[in-house]
Design a protein around this ligand. Sequence first.
Ligand code: AMP
Length: 231
Amino acid sequence: MRIILLGPPGAGKGTLAKLLKEALNIAHISTGDILREEMKNQTPLGMEIKKLVESGALVPDEIVTKIIENKLTANKNGAQGYMLDGFPRTKVQAEQLDAILTKIRHPIDVALYMEASVPVIIQRLTGRRVCKKCGAPFHIKNRPPKKQDICDLCGGELYQRPDDNEETIRKRMKVYLESTAPIVDYYHAQRKLVKVDADKESEILKDELMQLFNDQGKASHKSGHGPLKSS
Ligand code: AMP
């Protein structure tokens, strides 16, 4: 399956993607994770984008689109299935993605729009902690690690992302509303959009989505139509 995860910062895209990755056995491609890795390794690209990412601004379209194009064409992710997490974030990126997908002839099946309320978003982002080593997500209240500041999975140190402070979160929300929210309509018009209530716990959401994918898969098998019905 080929899925795009859409939604504001704090909707739980990364957490849901990690759960669906296991359940569906498909790749998880997160532009945010890729950019943070570049910053951690202090590559020329990492140095170039650091200020933008840490201030909550968007990285230029051509940089992120190139990253995605390389990922989708290099290792057969296009054919085997993937989740795009954090991309596209602008209408230009959405159009460029369509051009790439047309070229590799693997259109997306569904754009999952994860709708979350502002108090839930703020609570999630301010309490979020991430493993420095493996990237596993934790939360000081909702998903605390067994040992304080230590990753349950790999023993790595947990840290708070520099863009997860209230001021930068407000900026990211503004950027989301101005640049990213309009592309929800773009996928609605393509009849690819499926809206989900992202205030729910990620585990519950994952179970509901797996049920939906199974039901729709059976229905499309019978009717010969595409795998999902859009909202
Ligand atoms: P995320 O991990 O998805 O919250 O992304 C963290 C930051 O990386 C964003 O606030 C942007 O600065 C940058 N970023 C990630 N994906 C994109 C994208 N598709 N377009 C532009 N900037 C991005």
